[in-house]
Design a protein around this ligand. Structure first.
Ligand code: ADP
Ligand code: MG
Length: 276
């Protein structure tokens, strides 16, 4: 293990090399539900531009972790930094403004609005500068251009822009959700089971989309689909009983004895680790 020193014998830094500070840094996060410790002094570094998957059996605390990071649940203890700034006490919407977006928030889609209007609203909401109202046409054109560019980047066809959002097929809605999350130009994007409820074809297309977004933002990917996880992730952290028991490259995680042990009995999640 060249260059890692003595500080981190288990948490091997894998994937693309990066000397930058973490985009998102969690330190000793704790969340209790009554007597249950759902998040147990959890620490995690999400490096700029990396896709970092969090996997673990049902009830391990993956959704809770996403909530703590997004700010939709308050942590009982611990620290959270976004690009070096302490955001531990920041409300969810302020985290979004600071560059921490969360996708798969269907609630962010105005279902009765068109795809274009959804995109325009999102672009406008995050357009930091004023609209330059002495040149309303030019300003409006700018918003349209930005909305259309976003649609194209996320693979939404031009003909779909005029459709009502709630008439989009499942896979296209997911693209729209992505586009809306990216409108904030986040440095960190939290993806909470984006493949949930999708068939194999849709899953593959969404994986392509996520792949094409690589580098646009650091992504924390909570996902049950192990094929997608092992394809997309630069690094994987394994969560069990609220604790990260291992972090490493897909290869390192696949071959990790402790990870295999922790998964025994969880057939769904064990299968890909064993057969691939
Ligand atoms: N709002 C809540 N109230 C009480 N217990 C909860 C709540 N949310 C989650 N839990 C419990 O915390 C643990 C972790 O849940 P969760 O984060 O949903 O796990 P995962 O997403 O990995 O399946 C589970 O034991 C779950 O029952
Ligand atoms: Mg969950």
């Amino acid at each position: 293990m060249p260059g890692t020193g003595t500080a981190q014998p288990r948490h091997v830094a894998g994937g693309r090399p990066s000397s930058d500070a973490p985009a998102l840094q969690a330190r000793a996060l704790v969340k209790r539900f009554g007597a249950l410790v759902a998040t147990d002094k959890l620490s995690l570094d999400l490096m700029p531009g990396e896709i970092h998957a969090v996997i673990g059996p049902n009830g391990a605390g993956k959704s809770t972790l996403i909530h703590l990071l997004a700010g939709t649940l308050p942590a009982d203890a611990g620290q959270l930094r976004l690009n070096g700034t302490d955001i531990t006490r920041l409300a969810a919407h302020r985290r979004v403004a600071a560059g921490l977006s969360r996708s798969y928030q269907i609630t962010n889609v105005f279902k009765r609005f068109t795809v274009r209007d959804n995109l325009l609203l999102a672009v406008q909401a995050h357009d930091g500068g004023g609209l330059g109202y002495w040149r309303p046409r030019a300003a409006q054109r700018g918003l349209y251009d930005a909305a259309h560019a976003l649609a194209q980047e996320c693979g939404l066809e031009a003909e779909q822009l005029a459709r009502r959002a709630d008439t989009l097929p499942h896979g296209e809605q997911r693209k729209l959700e992505f586009a809306l999350a990216l409108a904030a130009r986040p440095s960190v994007l939290l993806l909470d089971e984006p493949m949930a409820g999708m068939g194999p074809d849709e899953t593959a297309r969404l994986a392509d989309l996520i792949e094409s977004m690589r580098g646009r933002a650091a992504m924390l990917l909570v996902e049950h689909d192990m094929e997608a996880v092992f394809r997309l992730a630069d690094r994987i952290s394994v969560l069990v009983y609220g604790r990260i028991i291992a972090t490493g490259t897909p290869e390192q995680i696949r071959n990790d004895a402790a990870v295999r042990q922790a998964y025994l009995g969880d057939e769904m999640d064990t299968r890909p680790l064993v057969t691939t």
